[in-house]
Design a protein. Structure first.
Length: 83
């Protein structure tokens, strides 16, 4: 399945199957490659961001609604914070 994430510098948009806090970095894994999604001042801030991603997933990464009688499903995108 995966989660869509836009990187901190806005240079990457991808679907990641795993996301990890590695020191001051957030790394996204696609299965074949890994991407630095963000770099933060402290490891504590990095863990806060990882917790935010977890809450985003828990709240639902897919939105489902009806428009003009058609069922529409959209994937939500998590935007990495600048700081």
């Amino acid at each position: 399945m995966g989660i869509w994430i836009r990187s901190q510098k806005k240079t990457y948009l991808g679907r990641y199957i795993e996301v990890a806090a590695v020191g001051k970095l957030i790394i996204g894994y696609t299965g074949s490659t890994d991407t630095e999604l963000g770099c933060y001042e402290t490891e504590e801030r990095t863990l806060e961001i990882l917790n935010n991603i977890q809450r985003f997933i828990i709240n639902g990464i897919r939105k489902d609604f009806i428009r003009n009688g058609d069922r529409i499903t959209q994937d939500a995108v998590f935007y990495m914070p600048i700081e």
